[in-house]
Design a protein around this ligand. Sequence first.
Ligand code: ADP
Length: 499
Amino acid sequence: MTTPLVCRNFINGEWVKATTGDVLESRNPSDRREVVATFPHSGNIDVDNAVSSARQAYHSWRLIPAPARAEYIFKVGELLSQQKETIALLMSREMGKCLPEARGDVQEGIDWAFYSAGEGRRLFGQTTPSEMPNKFAMTMRMPVGVCALITPWNFPVAIPCWKAMPALICGNTVILKPAEDTPACATKLVEIFQAAGLPPGVINLVHGVGEEVGKALVEHPDINLVSFTGSSETGSQVGEICGRTHKRVCLEMGGKNAQVVMEDADLDLALEGAVWGAFGTTGQRCTATSRLILHRDIKDKFTTMLQERTSQLRLGAGYEPQTEIGPIINQKQLQRVKTYLDIARSEGAKVLIGGEVATAGELQHGYFFQPTILDEVNPQMRVAKEEIFGPVVSLIEVDNFASAIAVLNSTNYGLSSSIYTQDVNRAFAAMRDIEAGITYINGPTIGAEVHLPFGGVKSTGNGHREAGTAVLDVFTEWKTVYVDFSSSLQRAQIDNRTS
Ligand code: ADP
């Protein structure tokens, strides 16, 4: 065990304690005896301080040319690359994910840095002809202002990077409110932004409890934009407050992602996709596969293959080299998974494998749950409709392609989706008919790349996309500019045509 890291808030370029003087603890979910970090239990005054620091910095930051702003982010990318291994190890201890996945999480931050920093030299607007003579028309992107970035624990470096980097390049200043479970990862990341030389107040970090500091940020009158990733329950509250207070809000919430396996699929390939999609990151990705929709002709064979492969998965601490499935993040989430297992049983689903908390040997010290397959699930059951966020996958049998798509679409969510088939006609029909923000053909539901839009339809989001160039529409406002060089009053919206 190592000495706990002492985390602080980062406000106006200084590392400071909470004005409340209180601290909270972040523990290792693989071994809860270990305190990974202590962090400030901030209150409203800390939020006020962070917001006024960001507001102050905004006045000068927005005037720095975007290519120069992007230079800082290139530097962040370089420093993150240098510290990738150290941060990945910390992440594995603090959040639990397996080391290769933790490295991937940091790598996504690095990829974001280099991809988004390139945008500093683009941020394209449009020019278009005016309907009048001697008049010029164009659009340009304006920053939105001070942005609150509220992030979850499952991608403790990647998601803050996804939000902070484009926000900063677009000329906004930010306040990061990371999840209570991963304060150390957020602190290390913000240390890197500081080391890259960002002016004071451009990035601020406020730790604390979501219902307290998260809510205070969302309600704060001097915040212009809230970018939130987390649960649907919290996202709905955030959206309501932003609606009432006229803030721009980008919500990334739950998913109930499905992988379809048709009778003509390459079953070995579909199996690898299903295992990775369902149990990668212990099922704690918003894009995790939580439903497998199986054509009846291959259902029995595929189920046997899946059961066999799942039974071989090794549970353990993410930083142990042999581990394939790490812990669940905390007691509350573990309880949630257990409750869904009770619901599944009471609704008539059959537990094929797993279904229990794992407590053998060293696992007793952490929050481990056996990888679980539920069979005989029908689309009306709660386990087929609600997000579980753990290593649990439900099998649903279908008779044909049309019912596979109908079942896939039969939830309120629409984030990621996948279909395994060798039939190009079905693949294209699926691309057209699946109601989701992301569709993979012959690939698992997880695996987003930074330069493509990320987000979902229906209750998953509120119509925005992160990543790719789409994220620029979150972090900028369009300004339309007309320049009249005719030296005369030219009246638009008047019928100027003479017959
Ligand atoms: P989860 O249940 O997966 O932890 P949450 O939606 O509770 O998801 O948390 C996601 C982020 O939202 C975290 O940073 C958390 O602190 C924050 N949060 C929680 N409650 C609120 C709230 N009422 N207002 C704003 N942010 C919140």
